[in-house]
Design a protein around this ligand. Structure first.
Ligand SMILES: *Cc1c(COP(=O)(O)O)cnc(C)c1O
Length: 383
């Protein structure tokens, strides 16, 4: 076979950062300086308590490994939902303590957890039943969840003592499992439901000498007297507003994630023209409209209504027409803009909470739903 007859091996598609930028698609910037700043805010609010930073769901869409690597040494451990999420952190060389919320469902999973020094949460009797004597010889560090009012997972106050006793007697566990609870309404202005959960927690666990953990971001910032040995902030670390009132900036939190794209087209539409699928926006006059290279295929919320804020060249304007998979159309009346200009969907200069609120969701969901198509870039210092 001559050189030219040889079938061509498929070449893997590789898109360099420079080429990807030239494609003018949506791009996600993760600012580690903002991340560290926010972790500092958590540290001062924690006032000596230890910190598990929530990095479940790939670090709320920011990348669990880069987030954890950046915050190593500044916090004390990581909070994940699943064993696999914990294993991925170990694989990446992270050695801090890791709390696994979903826990383990069988002895085999308990062995996996023990092998990687992951700390499962026991929240249901079936987990204790399933382990039985199948984990003798392990040195598993375990936690148990008390349901103080969320009514999702965790042992009820009246069944807690017996469950704690049974868990403590499992062979293969270190002594005195840690105890956690989770607040359902710490983000709301009314403090009463959270205070009630706290007093329930104290009543049930007061006599037990073990590590304890209560606070998510909202409780950490709003209830300095909640106590516990560990706190578990998530959203505040990423610069989302943890409370229903005010803004992230009021808490001195900075956006870590900025979703940017570019104007693909600028066009004039006539009065009466309908824009996009379903003609949801009808131009009231002859007007300029911008077409942005971002859509729900990137993670921009399809439910964003007409009027959702967006920045074009740093100028605040509004989404109009239905969001499609690859494109969003924006109002350019009174805006200086040309093809190729920068658009910020949220982050630097536009709080993600404003976009989330307009779209009837929360910042957490927008962060978590960034798609694999979005090019990612990690920077330090807002650049
Ligand atoms: C996700 C989670 C947290 C972090 O909550 P934020 O509101 O993001 O601070 C804390 N504890 C538990 C049990 C969680 O599931």
């Amino acid at each position: 076979m001559s050189e030219t007859d040889r079938p061509l091996a498929p070449t893997p598609l590789q898109i360099s950062a420079a080429v990807s930028r030239a494609l003018r698609r949506a791009e996600l910037t993760i600012d580690l300086a903002a991340l560290e700043h926010n972790a500092g805010r958590a540290r001062s609010a924690a006032a000596g308590r230890k910190i598990f930073v929530a990095v479940k769901a790939d670090g709320y869409g920011h990348g669990a490994v880069p987030v954890a690597q950046a915050l190593r040494g500044q916090v004390d451990g990581w909070l994940v939902a699943t064993l696999a999420e914990g294993e991925a952190l170990r694989q990446a060389g992270l050695t801090e303590r890791i709390l696994v919320l979903q826990g383990v469902m069988e002895a085999q999973e308990a062995r996996r957890a023990a092998q990687r020094f992951l700390e499962p949460v026991f929240h249901h009797a079936s987990q204790i039943d399933a382990l039985g004597n199948g984990i003798a010889g392990l040195r598993l560090t375990a936690w148990i969840k008390l349901d103080t009012g969320m009514h999702r997972v965790g042992f009820r106050p009246d069944e807690f003592a017996a469950a704690y006793q049974r868990l403590s007697e499992l062979r293969g566990l270190r002594e005195r499992p840690g105890i956690l609870t989770h607040f359902a309404r710490a983000d709301e202005p009314d403090e009463a439901p959270t205070r009630q959960q706290k007093s329930c927690f104290d009543q049930v666990t007061q006599a037990i000498d073990a590590e304890k953990s209560l606070c998510n971001s909202a409780a950490l910032l709003r209830f300095p007297d909640m106590g516990g040995d560990w706190v578990r902030p998530g959203i505040m670390i990423y610069g989302g507003n943890p409370t229903l009132n005010g803004t992230a900036a009021d808490w001195d939190l900075r956006p870590v994630m900025t979703l940017r794209s570019r104007l693909l087209a600028v066009r004039q539409v006539a009065a009466g023209d309908e824009i996009g699928y379903g003609g949801r926006f009808v131009a009231p006059e002859r007007m300029p409209v911008g077409v942005v290279a971002v859509g729900y295929g990137d993670g921009y919320p399809r439910h964003a209504p007409n009027g959702t804020p967006i920045l074009v060249n740093g100028q605040r304007t509004a989404v109009l027409g239905r969001v499609s998979m690859d494109l969003v159309t924006v109002d350019l009346r009174g805006i200086h803009a040309k093809v190729g200009d920068e658009v910020v969907c949220w982050g630097d200069g536009l709080p993600i909470d404003e976009v989330a609120q307009a779209s009837s969701t929360i910042s957490y969901e927008l962060m978590c739903q960034m798609s694999g198509r979005v090019f990612r870039q990690i920077v330090k210092h807002g650049g």
